[in-house]
Design a protein. Structure first.
Length: 132
């Protein structure tokens, strides 16, 4: 029993290394779009809930702050609580929004998912995978 507990604990602690890295090494993209922060927030939340992740294996957390004209949409592993993908947005002015998107870079949370997240914001359509 102790051996099983140790393996489980190591697995959960090791899961932290699978999430978004704070050192900037996770795949990411920053860009500005000609849309209000509210529109960008709705597009990001819709894409996360509909496509990626519209199954029960992950949780989507969304929050918007009208006072700061910002928002965040995160995709979280429900077992470890590790953040696997994030879209952060901030109004530049009344009609433009800066978007920062990042994925963990592990498993299916790769550049393809990051590209799909970006296209969903730019095209106003939920894109689950970008084919080259």
């Amino acid at each position: 029993m102790k051996a099983w507990s140790a393996v489980l604990a190591m697995g959960l602690l090791g899961g932290c290394a699978l999430g978004i890295q704070t050192d900037g090494s996770s795949p990411n993209v920053t860009y500005t779009v000609p849309h209000t922060y509210q529109v960008v927030y709705m597009r990001a939340a819709h894409q996360a809930n509909e496509c990626q992740y519209g199954n029960s294996t992950v949780k989507v957390r969304s929050r918007i702050d009208p006072a700061m004209s910002t928002g965040v949409v995160s995709v979280i592993d429900p077992i470890t609580g590790v953040e696997m993908a994030r879209t952060s947005l901030k109004a530049v002015d009344a009609k433009h929004t800066e978007v920062v998107q990042i994925v963990s870079g592990h498993g299916s949370w790769n550049q393809d998912v990051l590209n799909a997240m970006q296209q969903s914001i730019r095209m106003d359509a939920s894109v689950c995978h970008v084919y080259k």
